[in-house]
Write a protein that binds this ligand. Structure first.
Ligand code: TPP
Length: 366
């Protein structure tokens, strides 16, 4: 197996040696040809379209939330390279354990969009997955998905599976006890897990520098004996290369990898009342807007003659149509009953819960 990245060497780096990997600079020029991903022109365009899809989904979800047609929503604009390019490097049979902001990856992995909308609305049908979807529902408890991913990866290893488990948390998540427990376990048992830390600079309003005295979050992986690396999280090509190389390394039985993506959310933490202007300056926001992962990638594709304004208009109209259809389907779902919700808690319902269900059924029939 030849790899573009020497993961074994990363296990012993000192914090000062950790530098973000970049392939495309902010002007859309290739700065590290040796790390350019093994993707055909068609696949590069496909990757860009997925990122554009995610941006449109973000804009539409924000509006749908404001209209009261969606419930919980954590904006994703700005994080498309980190989220979409990492998902693009994975296989359908790899086990995804997403956090609440990772709905785009989950839909790309196979969750029908109307189900994602139902999840946002707190509907039980949003948690009932197609049989061939290898994923868990988005995790709200930060850090918890790291422990679960380590366990899932151990299961894959014991089964002799050729696949990996992969999971996401934010910079804030790395301050949780579960984070350390998860990566330590994964390192100790050398399981096929890829841990992505999406460092968007803030845990809600708390800046990264206040959350930890560590210089990077990648070095936390090294402390657990697993390769840790940083990547420019606004550069889709760099994220793709790092993630696909990490996948190859981990699936070959070499143990877990931790990837810190340096990214930014352009919007608020969630749409449940957060106002980022109370804790971020306009200057800082403008600086990150210049790094927009879509603009950078589009500039590259444009220069190669692979993408045009017309293609973008057609594709945007098509995605908007798909979103409208998915929302219609979600709105046609039967009204959520509490009894239905309770029936989904256990495989075999305990007696105490049976009694509660009976009470709610009686109420619902009134
Ligand atoms: C165990 C736990 N503690 C606290 C919270 C409340 N909470 C929700 S999101 C969040 C900040 C998460 O920040 P980060 O991990 O950086 O992820 P981001 O949302 O920025 O992607 C907190 C503290 C929670 N969901 N779970």
């Amino acid at each position: 197996m030849t790899l573009k990245i020497d993961f074994e060497a990363l296990k012993t780096l000192s914090p000062a040696e950790i530098k973000p990997i970049q392939v495309l600079d902010e002007q859309g020029k290739v700065v590290a040809p040796e790390l350019f991903p093994d993707l055909s022109d068609e696949r590069l365009v496909e990757l860009f379209k997925k990122m554009l899809w995610s941006r449109i989904l973000d804009e539409r979800s924000t509006k749908l939330n404001r209209q009261g047609r969606l419930g919980f929503f954590a904006p994703t604009a700005g994080e498309e390279a980190s989220q979409i390019a990492s998902e693009f490097a994975m296989q359908k049979e790899d086990f995804l354990l997403p956090a609440y902001r990772d709905v785009p990856q989950l839909v790309m992995h196979g969750l029908p969009l109307e189900k994602a909308f139902l999840w946002s609305r707190g509907h039980v049908l949003g948690n009932q997955y197609p049989d061939d979807l290898v994923a868990l529902p988005p995790q709200i408890i930060i850090g918890a998905q790291y422990v679960q991913a380590a366990g899932v990866a151990l299961g894959l290893k014991k089964k002799g599976s050729p696949n990996v488990a992969y999971t996401y948390t934010g910079d804030g998540g790395t301050s949780q006890g579960d984070f350390y427990e998860g990566i330590n376990f994964a390192g100790a048992f050398q399981v096929p897990a890829i841990f992505v830390v999406q460092n968007n600079g803030y845990a809600i309003s708390v800046p990264r520098t206040v959350q930890t005295a560590a210089k990077t979050l990648a070095q936390k992986g090294i402390a657990a004996g697993i390769p840790g690396l940083q990547v420019d999280g606004m550069d889709a090509l760099a994220v793709y290369t790092v993630m696909s190389e990490a996948r190859k390394y981990s699936a070959a039985g070499n143990g877990p990898v931790l990837i810190e993506t340096l990214t930014y959310r352009f919007g608020p933490h969630t749409l449940s009342g957060d106002d980022p202007h109370r804790y971020r300056t306009a200057n800082e926001e403008n600086e990150w807007l210049q790094k927009d992962p879509l603009i950078r990638f589009r500039t590259y594709l444009d220069a190669k003659g692979l993408w045009s304004k017309e293609q973008e208009e057609d594709f945007t109209a098509q995605v908007n149509e798909e979103i409208t259809e998915a929302m219609k389907k979600a709105e046609q779902a039967p009204k959520q009953k509490i009894s239905e919700y309770l029936k989904n808690v256990f495989v075999e319902t305990p007696q105490a819960l049976e009694e509660q269900i009976a009470k709610f059924v009686a109420k619902e029939e009134e």
